[in-house]
Design a protein around this ligand. Structure first.
Ligand code: SAM
Ligand code: SF4
Length: 360
């Protein structure tokens, strides 16, 4: 088992753009959830894990005691002696020195912090609970607690955001010299406050912003290793790399997805039902699909093409149906070949979905 993903489905408040599964944090509910989560984890007792990713939701919204309970138990349940990367998602408004100190001490060696914007007006517009000053304070605190592998999340292409605003945002973000950056174009998702409002985004503007950031980060020492992810040398997210390499991972918690023993599954997206299912001794999976060879090969290609530097071994395309599409893509230069590896042409990153759909 390579990866372990733990979902913490609680947030202080729902951001206006977000449709990731989470509910409002509540101390009592969170205690019950943790109990269920650990019961779930025991089903995989003693398994050796390479990478752990605690995401959400907002994992940092848990109290220090709750964090201690979850993480100390994970160390008892799994064999984490060989973990290379242990990521924890942190929101500025719910971080504290005590929490950071505990996380570092227990073995978390990578933080992913949601900054989203450096402008307080934009943070407010997005429904974020923090301001830029709080982020700066928390980032500095994390460095002081010896976190030397930090990712920053940003969202671009907000309505009324100009190319100039975006360049200023990148410049300000670069000052932090983080090891990793995840940059996402704002998408208006169903079941969010933005959906159905009159908020619109513009593909052309987002495309220009993307091109701009690709250029700036290339000359700032970051490698563009995945469509939305940039890192300093050897600071790629191992956990996410393994997902894109189509390796197995176990997803624990309400709403978490997993891929284990050729089965893709999703746990129930309901905190109450998740707790009840685990309490009654049942599993929490509500969707699962056996991945046969055909689907496995297709998924390996589609996921692997996201890895812009690594690409895929040409042997992944050995079946005639993939080989023919590959030849077409090489011909029209959407894909390229180098040293036996097939890679997405960097100019085609923004039309990735279209390229991927040719292999379906
Ligand atoms: C699931 S969120 C969890 C991270 C953490 N709770 C936070 O808020 O910082 C992961 C990231 O996805 C991005 N994201 C979520 N919804 C998005 C949307 N509709 N458009 C663009 N980016 C989005 C944000 O950058 C966010 O930090
Ligand atoms: S972006 Fe993060 S904090 Fe905001 S609602 Fe989504 S998961 Fe929660």
């Amino acid at each position: 088992m390579r990866g372990l993903y733990i979902h913490v489905p609680f947030c202080r408040q729902k951001c206006f753009y977000c449709n990731f599964f989470s509910v409002q944090y509540n101390d009592i509910l969170a205690n019950k959830y943790i109990h269920a989560l650990l019961k779930h984890a025991v089903k995989f007792k003693n398994r050796k894990v390479d990478s752990v990713y605690v995401g959400g939701g907002t994992p940092s919204v848990l109290s220090l005691r709750q964090l201690q309970k979850v993480l100390q138990s994970l160390y008892k349940i799994f064999d984490l002696s060989k973990v290379r990367e242990f990521t924890f998602e942190l929101n500025p408004e719910s971080a504290s020195r005590e929490k950071l100190h505990f996380l570092r001490e227990i073995g978390v060696n990578r933080l992913s912090i949601g900054l989203q914007s450096v402008e307080d007006v934009s943070l407010k517009f997005l429904g974020r609970m923090h301001d830029f000053k709080t982020f700066c304070y928390v980032y500095d605190m994390a460095r002081r607690e010896n976190f030397d592998n930090i990712n920053i999340d940003l969202i671009y292409g907000l309505p009324n955001q100009t190319l100039k605003d975006w360049k200023r945002t990148i410049k300000k973000t670069l000052v932090f010299d983080s090891e990793h950056l995840s940059l996402y174009p704002l998408t208006i998702e169903e079941n969010t406050r933005f959906y159905g409002s009159n908020i619109v985004t513009c593909d052309n503007v987002q495309r220009n912003m993307y091109d701009q950031v690709v250029e700036i980060l290339a000359s700032s020492g970051y490698s563009h290793y995945e469509i939305s992810n940039w890192s300093k040398q050897n600071r790629e997210s191992l956990h996410n790399m393994n997902c894109w390499r189509n390796f197995e991972y176990v997803g624990l918690g309400a709403g978490a997805a997993g891929y284990f023993k050729r089965k893709r599954y999703k746990n129930v997206e309901d905190v109450g039902k998740y707790i009840d299912l685990l309490r009654s001794g049942y599993g929490a999976e509500v969707e699962n699909e056996y991945i046969d060879d055909r689907v496995y090969e297709m998924e390996t290609i589609i996921l692997g093409l996201r890895l812009l530097d690594e690409g895929l071994d040409i042997r992944c395309f050995k079946k005639p149906r993939y080989y023919n599409v590959l030849l077409e893509c090489l011909e029209d230069k959407t894909l390229k070949i180098k040293d036996g590896r097939i890679k997405l042409a960097k100019e085609c990153v923004f039309i990735f979905n279209h390229v991927a759909s040719r292999f379906v």
